[in-house]
Design a binder for this molecule. Structure first.
Ligand SMILES: Nc1ncnc2c1ncn2[C@@H]1O[C@H](COP(=O)(O)OP(=O)(O)OP(=O)(O)O)[C@@H](O)[C@H]1O
Ligand SMILES: [Mg+2]
Length: 263
């Protein structure tokens, strides 16, 4: 049985491409033969909505079959796993109630490790090659939980004038979390929504390239309307438009993820 790797996608900057990158790398991994579990850690439910329509997503949010209920009640996550329409791609949906998770965690013993404990048997079962967790754009106890449950963190950064704003806070937060999760590794920064014709794209790459001890994914994801259309149809971009540029780019990024995770 192979080892299960847990990777989270986190950045406190909103709209940096966390959910898009998590869902599309998740799907791309299955096309390369891997078994994948996606976990939606955000009250916005964008990862859930990437695979189910609004009605179904809201039903999961309301009926208690979601990550929020599992974490609040400190349960094993196995019974919360749902199949998606795709082979070897499962998901634990989120709930809008996730907005109250910080409050719920506050009174719990070892509150930073609730998600890690809930995931332990899923991880040990070896059913999945990869577990990918989509984090919300916050830096609190819940994101500490997500990072403590992960082997690797990927930080998606939008190639925009404000894309790098707050990144120093993110690095500082990562360093702090590493004190209680020493095995957590920064896999790299994934540049998203890139437009090669814009000056700030070059600037973003230069600024990121100049950072010490920070690895940048070689592949980056350019701005592409296929991504939005795919999301509007609750589909991975590879399924919505296989020939699209972003489908190819996410596949290349996925190969880098696999290479890094297997070093
Ligand atoms: N490569 C791309 N091309 C075009 N649009 C994109 C691309 N990547 C992401 N988007 C769009 O940008 C928006 C933000 O992306 P996404 O939701 O993945 O970011 P996020 O970091 O998860 O946001 P949040 O912090 O709110 O969770 C979405 O509307 C998405 O459709
Ligand atoms: Mg998101």
């Amino acid at each position: 049985m192979s080892k299960t790797r847990v990777i989270c996608f986190a950045n406190n900057k909103g709209g940096s491409g966390k959910s898009t990158t998590c869902s599309n790398i998740g799907y791309s991994l299955t096309t390369l033969g891997y078994r994948v579990l996606l976990i939606d850690g955000d009250m916005q439910m964008n990862l859930t909505l990437s695979f189910f329509d609004d009605e179904k997503s809201l039903e999961y949010a309301k009926n208690g079959k979601n990550l929020y209920t599992a974490v609040k009640e400190q349960r094993d996550l196995t019974p919360y796993i749902l199949n998606t329409d795709y082979e070897n791609l499962d998901i634990i949906p989120s709930s809008t109630l996730m907005s109250g998770i910080e409050f719920d965690l506050f009174t719990k013993w070892q509150r930073e490790f609730i998600l890690k404990s809930g995931l332990a048997s899923v991880k040990e079962s070896g059913v999945y090659d990869y577990i990918l967790i989509d984090a919300p754009p916050t830096l609190g106890c819940w994101v500490i939980n997500i990072m403590c449950a992960s082997d690797f963190i990927v930080i998606p950064v939008e190639a925009s004038p404000w894309g790098l704003f707050g990144l120093a806070n993110m690095f500082e937060f990562y360093e702090q979390v590493k004190r209680i999760a020493p095995s957590l590794e920064l896999m790299g920064i994934a540049v998203t929504k890139a437009n090669e014709r814009k000056n700030y794209f070059k600037q973003t790459l230069e600024n990121l390239g100049g950072l010490d001890n920070v690895r940048l994914f070689k592949s980056y994801i350019r701005t592409d309307s296929s991504i939005e259309w795919a999301q509007d149809n609750s589909k991975p971009v590879m399924v919505y438009k296989r020939s699209s540029r972003s489908a190819q780019e996410y596949l290349e990024m996925t190969k880098e993820v696999i290479e890094y995770a297997n070093r």
